[in-house]
Design a protein around this ligand. Structure first.
Ligand SMILES: Nc1ncnc2c1ncn2[C@@H]1O[C@H](COP(=O)(O)OP(=O)(O)OP(=O)(O)O)[C@@H](O)[C@H]1O
Length: 756
């Protein structure tokens, strides 16, 4: 008898899959074969790596760099094979033609190239996520295989062939693999995001496999899997477009370094190690932006108009002197004439090159004019080699250098921005579009640290300033020739070693060229401000300012982007209230929208109250269905004002114990407005309760905004009215973080919408 839909079977409940013991044993055998093959591949990769390492020292430099390149290749491969241990196999498709296909984390074949396991990203695996009884797509039965370690502990069947189906088809829920899904959702939080590869839902799968071209915007309420989908999409795109993306790389931009740590195991567990992750604050290599500033200041810095302000600030450093400047060089009178400077500036600008590069032309032009004055005073003609000596003499004369610098200052992005903020007259000249009040808000001391909102401005400045790149360009021409030879050689090497399925000739040539350097494409990309990526994924994209978008789009000229977020969770003033409002100006209307509608994280009662509060505060919330019903998930407790902090700590302490007793592990967060954190720290110290610092700690204290993108088993939310007063989006974020319970402790009146 075939299984019924959506039933989950494990050691305790053995309904649903007929003859469960023999089925479990049969699946165990299949799973053992897959793991056996994985072990073999690991061993052979290790052996090859050891061999390459052994032979590393001898031979010509060419041989050595070739071997180093292969060593990097095998190291990558070994790391990938290590990472896919957990739940290597998780599904099986039984097909109409009696064929059978196992679905897993990576593709595996046996020695004779017979498929053992189909990579979840392959077209042949798509039906595992998409097939329904209405559209079975050649599938009769979909089976979820649940593993603990390498042991098969549960099976769940969904029969898609209605003729085989017993019972009422209405029983089919909208969620695929519901038992496996709910089991996954119920598990205690570890502090690190896990992959969802075994239980991706159809609406998520459609987004993950959407084409590479253009900008795809994924809007979804809290807990709808936007982050999970974005990460799985990155892994999918790397698989489906490997040749294109392997060398150019994929960039993933997240809201904070805590968030990046939270997600950092997902891609490796999907077999992908080559994605560069960053925050906007870390986008420019070499810039540390750890300063803080009021939201109102960050908002001004994020406005699109700041591009023009930076442009103007650069041009302001190309200046015609008001009066002629007279200098003496070797007893001769040299005059820096405003007219000469004006003409030299105009000529240099006509080149449309960045400031520091155009400056080379300006200086050459000016020196030639000044040399003319010098020669005229000699009263005789000077041969050209002597004229060059005069030019050189002028170039190295301190007064001439100062005068030319004043007319066209060589600049770094940092210097330009510091000077702009520190000198109100510069700001007034560069930013006439800003009100006096806004300009006053931007003023600060030259030694103040940069803030995250400065980074896109520094990037803009770096673009307009450029480097003095004459030498670099000459070198580039030589390098281009050498590269042609290297790619041709790499192709030969690959053809003779049969390694071309692992890596393209271009990538191998890159590695040869880097002296067999252990730097992967991702590492090189991360260190290079001007690197352009093949695809960029932006999470929590609603927070990005117009200037941040400019900085990101510069890194992806093809505009191949995945943009995920929720316009109801915006907290910063520079962020978006609507995707069209944010993206139309930067992408000129060229983007497509997909929506996610099921909340997999927050229990229904909590999601409902969070939604009502958000709507009452006027946030543009999306309609949401909660996948989880958890009893007693919402507790609201009013106490006297002076008891709030102490009570919150008490509740948190109890929650830590409860979560541990129930799940063995789990995480609790006390979340409050930033201004309330000190009192909570004090109350915790008084009660001998310790807050952890890391993501894996059982109890943490966080400001509401800092919880963005994270999740916890239990959230103790302190004084929601105070959180709301800072930003409604922050309250919506904080309230939707728990997977099991939200416990509100308050003294002030609750925000509208809290009561049903
Ligand atoms: N198909 C799925 N199977 C199992 N778990 C899922 C699935 N989709 C989402 N989840 C889980 O739901 C939780 C929320 O997912 P995620 O953090 O990606 O949501 P989000 O939309 O980015 O949330 P937010 O906007 O609130 O930060 C995560 O624990 C994720 O693993």
């Amino acid at each position: 008898m075939p299984g019924r839909p959506g039933r989950f079977t494990d050691g305790r409940e053995r309904r649903g899959v007929a003859g469960i013991d023999s089925e479990l044993a049969a699946e165990q055998a299949a799973v053992d074969v897959a793991y056996g093959r994985l072990d073999e591949l690991r061993a052979s990769t290790r052996a090859r790596l050891a061999e390459v390492r052994r032979s590393r020292s001898g031979g010509t430099p060419q041989n050595r760099s070739e071997r180093d390149a292969f060593a990097t290749l095998y190291e990558d491969r070994a790391a990938r094979l290590e990472q896919v241990e957990e739940r290597l196999v998780f599904g099986r498709l039984d097909l109409d033609d009696d064929g059978r296909r196992y679905i897993g984390r990576i593709g595996l074949t046996d020695d004779g190239q017979t498929p053992l396991l189909t990579d979840w990203r392959a077209p042949a695996a798509q039906a595992f996520y998409r097939a329904t009884a209405a559209h079975p797509d050649g599938v009769r039965r979909r089976r979820h295989i649940v593993l603990r370690g390498r042991a098969v502990t549960g099976l769940e069947d969904e029969v898609l062939d209605l003729d085989l189906l017993e019972g009422d088809p209405d029983e089919l829920s909208g969620l695929s693999g519901e038992g496996a899904l709910l089991a996954g959702l119920r598990a205690g939080r570890t502090g690190r995001m896990g992959d969802i590869v075994a239980t991706i839902q159809a609406e998520q799968d459609a987004i993950i496999r959407s084409g590479l071209e253009g900008a795809l915007v994924v809007q979804g309420g809290p807990g709808t899997g936007k982050t999970a989908v974005a990460l799985h999409r990155a892994a999918y795109l790397l698989y489906a477009h490997r040749r294109l993306l392997e060398r150019s790389g994929v960039l993933l931009v997240g809201p904070s370094s805590t968030f990046l740590r939270y997600i950092d195991q997902v891609l490796p567990s999907l077999g992908e190690t080559g994605v560069v992750t960053t925050t906007v604050a870390d986008l420019v290599p070499g810039v540390v932006a750890d300063g803080t500033e009021p939201d109102a200041v960050a908002e001004i810095k994020g406005r699109g108009v700041m591009a023009a302000v930076i442009g103007r600030a650069v041009r302001d450093r190309q200046r015609i002197p008001a009066e002629p400047v007279e200098l003496r060089v070797d007893g001769r009178r040299i005059v820096i004439r405003p007219d000469d400077v004006a003409q030299a500036i105009a000529r240099a600008r006509r080149l449309h090159r960045p400031h520091n590069q155009a400056r080379v032309t300006f200086v050459r032009d000016m020196l030639s004019r000044l040399a003319g004055q010098y020669v005229a005073q000699l009263g005789f003609d000077v041969p050209s080699d002597e004229r060059s000596e005069i030019v050189e003499e002028l170039r190295t004369t301190r007064e001439v250098r100062i005068a030319l610098n004043l007319a066209w200052m060589p600049l770094t992005p940092q210097g330009l921005l510091r000077d702009l903020y520190a000198k109100p007259y510069r700001l007034a000249s560069a930013a006439p579009q800003l009100s006096e009040r806004d300009r006053a808000l931007l003023v600060r001391a030259p030694d103040a640290p940069f803030t995250p909102a400065d980074v896109p401005l520094l990037d803009e400045a770096a673009e307009l300033l450029g480097e003095d790149d004459q030498a670099a360009r000459a070198q580039e021409r030589v390098a281009a020739k050498a590269r042609e030879r290297e790619v041709a050689y790499a192709r030969q090497v690959l053809a003779s070693t049969g390694g071309d399925a692992l890596v393209s000739a271009e990538l191998l040539a890159d590695r040869f060229a880097a002296g067999g350097s252990s730097l992967t494409a991702a590492e090189r990309a991360a260190a290079d401000r001007t690197w352009t990526y093949g695809h960029v994924v932006v999470d929590e994209a609603q927070e990005l300012s117009a200037m941040a978008w400019r900085a990101l789009l510069r890194r992806v000229p093809t505009r191949s982007l995945t943009i995920v977020g929720d316009v109801a969770q915006t907290s910063t003033r520079a962020g978006a209230r609507s995707w069209a409002g944010m993206l139309d100006p930067v992408l000129r209307g060229s983007w497509r929208l997909a929506e996610l509608t099921v909340n997999y994280r927050t229990p229904r009662a909590v999601a409902d109250v969070a939604g009502r509060v958000a709507a009452a505060a006027g946030l543009p919330t999306s309609p949401l269905v909660s996948a989880r019903e958890v009893p007693d998930a919402l507790v609201v407790e009013r106490v006297e004002a002076q008891r709030v902090a102490a009570r919150a700590i008490e509740v948190a302490r109890e929650a830590v114990v409860r979560v541990r007793d129930e799940e063995g592990a789990g995480r609790v967060a006390v979340v409050a407005d930033d201004d309330a954190l000190e009192a909570l720290r004090q109350a915790a110290a008084d009660a001998d309760v310790t807050f952890g610092r890391g993501l894996d700690d059982p109890l943490v204290l966080l400001g509401a905004r800092a919880t963005k993108g994270l999740e916890f088993d239990v959230v103790v939310l302190v004084e929601p009215a105070q959180v709301l007063a800072r930003a409604a989006g922050d309250l919506y974020v904080a309230a939707t973080r728990p997977t099991r319970a939200l416990h509100v402790v308050h003294a002030r009146d609750l925000p509208p919408g809290f009561e049903a």
